[in-house]
Design a protein around this ligand. Structure first.
Ligand code: GDP
Ligand code: MG
Length: 175
């Protein structure tokens, strides 16, 4: 609920990253509080909404998820257009997905909005036993590119709410 006199920010947020990194799972956990062990890559309405109330503002997210297009390693410019925030996701158990995430970041820097709030998300933190990407690698790349960084698990819910709250705060600050 919006508080009286509180600023309302409507923000398009896009999810980017390799297929299978957990983009749809992150959104479903955030929006519906659910997790599925076997998710069809093409499942996802591609569009969700969620509202977060902060002390300083109410942020209404329009969340755009891919429906499998990322398998071609390219997304239509329409997908990014007008986005205020982008979440770039990789899977800590796959170095390939981290390499690809760095490419997605570069693409967003070229094609995204001017003041795009970007977060780099190392998902599947519960798979630590199969880890291929050290936390420090994600942290360092994020720092170099002025992005927020966190490790999440859509499975255990680790840092999911924190991620979206941090993005909301940054959007409120920029608004
Ligand atoms: P997307 O292609 O990026 O949208 O990835 P999905 O959300 O479809 O997830 C791909 C697979 O990874 C599914 O089988 C999910 O159950 C699984 N998955 C997603 N997030 C996590 C996570 O945090 N931990 C684990 N162990 N599995 C996950
Ligand atoms: Mg998906």
């Amino acid at each position: 609920m919006a508080r009286p006199g509180n600023k309302i920010i409507q923000a398009k947020l896009v999810l980017v990253g390799d297929m299978g990194t957990g983009k749809t799972s992150l959104v479903l956990k955030f929006v519906k509080g659910q997790f599925f062990d076997n998710l069809e890559p093409t499942i996802g309405a591609a569009f969700f909404t969620q509202v977060l109330s902060l002390a300083e503002a109410t942020v209404k997210f329009d969340i755009w998820d891919t429906a499998g297009q990322e398998r071609y390693h390219s997304l239509a410019p329409m997908y990014y257009r007008g986005a205020a925030a982008a979440v770039v996701v990789y899977d800590i158990s796959s170095m390939d997905t981290f390499t690809r995430a760095k490419k997605w970041v570069q693409e967003l820097q070229r094609q995204g909005s001017q003041n795009l709030v970007m977060a780099l998300v190392a998902n599947k933190s519960d798979l630590d036993a199969k880890r291929e990407v050290a936390i420090e690698e994600g942290e360092q790349f994020s720092q170099e590119n002025g992005m927020f960084f966190t490790e999440t698990s859509a499975k255990t819910s680790q840092n999911i709410n924190e991620l979206f709250f941090e993005i909301a705060k940054r959007l409120a600050r920029a608004a």
